[in-house]
Design a protein around this ligand. Sequence first.
Ligand code: CAA
Length: 264
Amino acid sequence: MEFVLYEVKDAVGIITISREKALNALNSQVLEELDAVLDAVDLESVRCLILTGAGQKSFVAGADIGEMSTLSKAEGEAFGKKGNDVFLKLESFPIPVIAAVNGFALGGGCEISMSCDIRICSENALFGQPEAGLGITPGFGGTQRLARLVGAGMAKQMIYTARNIDANEALRIGLVNAVYPQEELMAAAEKMAAGIAKQAPIAVRNCKKAINEGLQVSISEGVAIEEKLFGDCFATEDQRAGMGNFLKKKDDPTKVKVVAFQNK
Ligand code: CAA
């Protein structure tokens, strides 16, 4: 891999988009490498992913404008599909993904962060969908996910005006969950990921599935999805371990013991 780094720390996988000379902009190769890295994640041992960008300036400064500048109509559509396919894979990835947004998150950068489950950012982060100023629409899901995350009115304002927003405004409109000084961002992301990784893994996966799938359907269909996934948990060893641990603690507080969930 030339532009995408992957390391595993305990049960947390860290994916870093590393094309610093272009502010980590997404060209076809970066998209292909991201796709390959996701395929290579060991889902037996890794329970949460963090996605970030290399350096202190940029998370991802968008899709590669140089590469897009000469595309035909058909090639433009194919490039959009290429990004959308990878971002859909990320969004529906079985385990949670935290975006640690360490600087510019513009265009495709904002869009990839929105394909993650949770966004936290550094104080210097800048979010926006500048595409209309480049003569295009957002092409990697921005018209769809921004409206779902921050509401249609705010999404339309950001997209039509192509105006970027800073970290505090992103926090105010609910685009990110928290803002940290740059030097504390990765530690905060790793702490959150470790907190997720120690919960029952099948339950966490089922929660992600229920939330994501439920957001696409009516509330009655959504609760039916939840019922099924809730029921499935009762066929796991982790449910027995988790509840057994709680009941044991109740019987005898000296037996307090942290459960090590088995992913079974
Ligand atoms: N594509 C390709 N190269 C990019 C890039 C991008 N999106 N963003 C930055 N770069 C490159 C620059 O061309 C420059 O390369 P050179 O050194 O070879 O000239 C290098 O990264 C550093 O960039 P700047 O010199 O511009 O850095 P800066 O600090 O002055 O400005 C910036 C930073 C405000 C982020 C500015 O680079 C910028 O506006 N970038 C474009 C942001 C953008 O419009 N993103 C949306 C792209 S469209 C899209 O993403 C479509 C989609 O939805 C699929």
